[in-house]
Write a new protein. Structure first.
Length: 376
């Protein structure tokens, strides 16, 4: 495959490029169960769906929104406000029927000369990303318009080559998704063991209430988001699900990282790292208890953060973490079973690191395959 220069505008090959709206425009609020409704936070930075973030609308509201923004199986979704440039494709039939809000662009490809997954991968590539970001308008919230998305130039590749590119990149994505699902299962197993040892245990009635501050000092990072760099050597933990990169580090140890605002997600890391000023850094005094403390805080995360404060942006305080208490045995007994929880976290960590490597391979292949520098 030779180097390519020919391109075509996305609007010329798409059957539909549109965006949604909010249910409240029609006087309706969200419901506990119903039709899936996707917001920007539903789409992760890696293109996967964060199913815990999917909200729902009733069928009546869905019908009112239907003509504009009904999501079909195979549609491409592109975030166009706030966290601009996150791209995914609806490839799970369980996600539809669905609708989208005004910060997501729906792209539907029906032209038989184009593989929709090729379009998805192109939009994820540096060339695609650069065109998306070039069209960004800075107002109160960064955004890009539908007309700017329609004018994105997509490099033309014959369908057979598109399919080969999709096969290569898709195989990597399937392995990444498999590892992600394995980690979800390991998390569930950890919670089953935690419940067995600490919730259903008949000895629990004899344990004393222990506050989290007994296990670690509660600190925060000191850096703002602008400290991150694309080629940073160290992970930079912010309040988002995914870590950024930083040129140097302030922490070195086995730590729990609790987002102080946003969705209050909990992560853990072993090694040198940097942290955002609203991220709580919890380094256990007894490193052997890291896995146990991770599953404990995961189980009670809602209770720990239920007293969150703030109006526009909810946040939690240092005292809410320090003073949260659970009936537990003394450290000596905790250490006897801590190895089980640590092994689970090590397995999760190994899969996560493999996914980082696979993602790096995929991302380095993307521009080379699409420019023709690597033949398929």
């Amino acid at each position: 495959m030779s180097s390519r220069t020919e391109s075509i505008k996305l609007g010329d090959i798409a059957e539909k490029i549109t965006k949604g709206t909010t249910p409240t425009t029609y006087g309706k609020a969200f419901v506990d169960k119903g039709i899936n409704f996707f917001k920007v936070e539903t789409i992760d930075i890696d293109g996967s769906f964060i199913k815990e973030k999917i909200v729902h609308i009733d069928r009546e509201t869905h019908e009112k929104l239907l003509r504009r923004s009904q999501v079909e199986f195979g549609d491409i979704l592109l975030t166009m406000a706030g966290a601009i440039g996150r791209v995914t494709r609806v490839e799970d039939s369980g996600l539809v029927p669905a609708n989208i809000n005004q910060a997501i662009c729906l792209i539907r490809i029906k032209d038989k000369k184009w593989n929709p997954s090729y379009i998805k991968y192109f939009l994820m590539s540096p060339l695609g990303k650069s065109q998306i970001l070039e069209g960004t308008v800075q107002t109160v919230q960064s955004n890009i318009s539908l007309s700017q998305i329609s004018n994105i130039n997509v490099p033309f590749v014959v369908l057979d080559s598109q399919n080969k590119i999709v096969k290569i990149l898709g195989d990597l994505d399937r392995k990444i998704e498999l590892n992600r699902n394995i980690n979800k299962t390991l998390e569930e197993i950890g919670q089953i063991f935690f419940k067995h040892y600490f919730i259903d245990n008949p000895d629990a009635k004899n344990w004393r209430e222990r506050k989290l501050r007994e296990f670690f000092p509660v600190k925060t990072g000191k850096k703002d988001a602008n400290f991150s760099t694309l080629d940073g050597e160290y992970p930079f933990f912010t309040c988002s699900q995914n870590a950024l990169r930083a040129p140097n580090y302030s922490f070195d140890g086995a730590a729990l990282l609790l987002a102080g605002n946003g969705d209050f997600n909990l992560k853990y890391y072993r090694g040198k790292f940097e942290a955002y000023q609203r991220t709580y850094v919890l380094i256990p005094q007894n490193e052997k208890l890291l896995g146990f403390l991770y599953f404990l805080m995961s189980r009670f995360l809602n209770e720990i953060t239920n007293g969150h404060r703030g109006s526009v942006i909810n946040f939690i305080t240092k005292g809410m973490i320090e003073n949260f208490s659970v009936a537990l045995p003394e450290d000596a007994k905790l250490e006897n079973i801590s190895g089980l929880f640590n092994q689970l976290t090590l397995n999760i960590e190994a899969n996560f690191k493999q996914n980082e490597k696979l993602t790096a391979v995929r991302d380095s292949l993307l521009p080379r395959l699409m420019s023709g520098k690597i033949s398929v």
